[in-house]
Write a protein that binds this ligand. Structure first.
Ligand SMILES: C[S@@+](CC[C@H](N)C(=O)[O-])C[C@H]1O[C@@H](n2cnc3c(N)ncnc32)[C@H](O)[C@@H]1O
Length: 267
């Protein structure tokens, strides 16, 4: 199993909630564009707190079914609570690189999961066998290479570079979004389409600095362990306020990581 670089601490669960809120609209647009629809039976890989499972449940409707898969029992507890009013959603605690259902799926989806797997092509091949012929594979992931302030400001530039370096040091690929189409093709998926959605946060929008400092906080142990930064240098307790000041004084727009979707069908 892959090492999961972000951990499952309380602060990380809170960060995932805030991130899911932020990704709600682009996720919905990408899932709709991918062709998911009523009555489909869908598997959600690395379901986390269940936000994608809930969005898919809405698209497939009560005559469809969603199975959310995750290795972490705490996130699954939250996911179950989130969807307890949706009888067509259920969750399984298992490793996505190994688990497979006996019944075929109409589609397999996953958001921010391939990012963490050492062999994303292997994982998708494994699940493609459980998708019915003609069924869909829909993967959403970040291209963190898109993260920047415009015009550039020194603190955001430094934090963006540190986040990229920390994910790489932890064995995760921070620009995997840009490679999703190739990963799907190598897994045996056909008729692939890719679409990325960038958001633009005004210089006084508190969401940008909060997200930036949140991800730096979650990755701080990796940064320190790999000698990329020191705790004193990161000064996590003041980072969000410093990032906000820095963006505002430069009048910079923050462009967070691009959420890329790629989808296609099983031959
Ligand atoms: C960044 S979170 C994304 C959660 C959710 N898909 C979303 O977009 O909100 C990644 C999730 O994948 C899960 N995960 C990581 N590696 C896994 C594996 N090998 N098997 C099952 N789940 C895994 C983690 O526990 C975590 O909940």
């Amino acid at each position: 199993m892959a090492t999961y670089s972000l951990g499952h601490e309380d602060a990380e669960l809170a960060r995932l909630e805030a991130q899911a809120d932020f990704l709600r609209e682009p996720t919905r647009v990408l899932l709709e564009a991918s062709g998911l629809g009523p009555r489909m039976r869908v598997l959600d890989l690395g379901t986390g707190l269940g936000h994608v499972a809930a969005a898919v449940a809405d698209l497939v409707g009560p005559d469809g079914e969603v199975v959310g898969l995750d290795i972490d029992p705490r996130t699954l507890e939250v996911a179950r609570a989130r969807t307890e009013h949706l009888p067509h959603v259920r969750f399984v605690r298992a490793d996505v690189t190994r688990w497979r259902d006996d019944e075929p799926f109409d589609a397999v989806v996953g958001r921010l999961i391939l990012f963490h797997l050492p062999d994303p092509v292997g994982a998708l091949r494994h699940h493609l066998e459980a998708v019915r012929p003609g069924g869909r594979v829909v993967m959403l992931d970040y291209d963190i290479g898109g993260l920047r302030a415009e015009p550039g400001d020194p603190l955001t530039d430094r934090m963006a570079a540190l986040v990229m370096a920390a994910f790489r040091a932890a064995g995760a690929d921070p620009t995997i979004g840009s490679r999703l189409q190739g990963i799907l093709a190598d897994s045996g998926v056909e008729d692939i389409r890719g679409l990325g959605i960038a958001q633009y946060l005004a210089s006084d929008d508190p969401v940008g600095p909060a997200m930036l400092s949140g991800v730096v906080r979650s990755l701080a142990p990796v940064m320190v362990a790999h000698g990329l930064a020191t705790e004193a240098d990161l000064d996590l307790d003041t980072l969000a306020a410093r990032a906000a000041d820095s963006l505002q004084s430069a009048g910079s727009v923050l462009v967070p990581p691009i959420l890329v979707g790629a989808w296609g069908r099983r031959p």
